[in-house]
Design a protein around this ligand. Structure first.
Ligand code: CP3
Length: 342
């Protein structure tokens, strides 16, 4: 499959800069909201036909260079013994969060081919429907970010419970991350077997850690996940608030390192090293408007990269629900036109 996105992951020359968006399917799209009137988020994630439909919605609407599997980061928690639900207006809620080392030892192992068979079936359906128009990105959550939901029970601002367990019970913390890394390696491998063309590891909240803590508590586990899938498909490593740990993340792995808007992309690329590809880094709130500011900031990012091979355009985090669809359309078109190679 020849694709701008896959070429950029491998730092090969491209005709124009590839672009896709985290949360490119979601509440900002009227066709998604229509489907959500009849089905919950988990209904959609568990029905391969619905997950396929939602994955394809942005492909029909936007000039994007990749599709991302529609699913959720938290799905593997349930078969590990941590059931959860999404509460309207509040986000995810784990029924009985991890409180002690004993809770960690009670977690279960599972086979993704059995417990998450519906996700793998969705991948096969999506690949058929896409017919190689654009590649499909699979994903899973990284140990720190998944552990934070399992321990906090939902979203957190300071990760106080997570860090207390990490500092207070380091051995139990490493056992938890070992289990999560086993899961992530097996789940990503199963997604690759089912047909995804690239995989992204989401460590959305790992920017809460210092470089020293990242090295001690996270890096060995993340490294093991990337080693498990090495050489099979391109890998992307994503986080937010990570300006101070980009070098450590690079060491942990990933052919492509995600960068958010808090650091200029060229400075980030220097820290990561020019022998890796980068993905980013427009602030998602710029898509709320006005469009001229969004576009001038997109031009600034493109100018900093100067068409060097190995840049994938994306936002620093997901599209916000109140984003006008037209702004997303304008941005995707603009990035292609403005980065067209002579
Ligand atoms: O288009 C895509 O990016 C693919 C789909 C996708 C979803 N979740 C669907 C979803 C992906 C890649 C995710 C990953 C995910 N899920 C992450 C990591 C990425 C990130 O944003 O940092 C995290 C932290 C989660 C957990 C989660 N799921 C949260 C915190 C929420 C927000 C709750 C809220 O009300 O905003 C969700 C819900 C969720 N997952 C939505 C979507 C489209 C919201 C839409 C809905 O309620 O219908």
């Amino acid at each position: 499959m020849t694709s701008r996105f896959l070429k950029a992951c491998r730092q090969e020359p491209v005709d124009a800069t590839p672009i896709w968006f985290m949360r490119q399917a979601g509440r900002y799209m009227p066709e998604y909201r229509t489907l959500r009137k009849r089905y919950s988020l988990l209904d959609i994630c568990r029905a391969p036909e619905l997950a396929t439909e939602v994955t394809l919605q942005p492909i029909r609407r936007l000039e994007v260079d990749a599709a991302i599997l529609f699913s959720d980061l938290l799905l593997p928690l349930e078969p590990m013994g941590l059931p959860f639900d999404f509460i309207k207006g509040e986000g995810p809620q784990i029924e009985r969060p991890i409180e002690s080392p004993a809770d960690i030892d009670a977690l279960r192992d599972f086979e993704p081919q059995v417990a998450l068979a519906h996700v793998l079936e969705a991948i096969r359906l999506i690949k058929q429907e896409l017919a190689d128009r654009v590649p499909l990105i699979g994903f899973t959550g990284a140990p720190f970010t998944l552990a934070s939901y399992a321990i906090e029970g939902g979203h957190s601002n300071n990760f106080a419970r997570t860090k207390s367990l990490m500092y207070g019970h380091p051995k139990a913390w490493h056992r938890l991350c070992d289990r999560l890394a086993d899961m992530a390696g097996a789940y990503l491998s199963a997604q690759i077997d089912a047909g995804v063309d690239a995989v992204q590891l989401f460590d959305s909240w790992v920017g809460a850690l210092s470089a020293t803590d990242y090295r001690e508590f996270v890096m060995p586990h993340t490294q093991r996940i990337f080693q498990t899938v090495a050489g099979r498909v391109p890998t992307l490593h994503f986080g937010t608030g990570t300006s101070a740990i980009l070098g450590e993340q690079r060491e942990a792995g990933g052919d492509v390192i995600g960068v958010d808007w808090r650091i200029p992309l060229d400075a980030a690329w220097d820290r990561i090293g020019r022998d890796r590809a980068v993905q980013g880094n427009l602030d998602p709130t710029l898509l709320l408007g006005p469009p001229n500011r969004m576009l001038s900031q997109a031009d600034d990012i493109l100018a900093r990269v100067a068409n060097q091979a190995g840049h994938i355009f994306n936002l620093g985090h997901g599209i916000l629900p109140s984003t006008p669809v037209e702004h997303v359309q304008i941005l995707a078109k603009h990035v292609h036109a403005a980065s067209l190679r002579p």
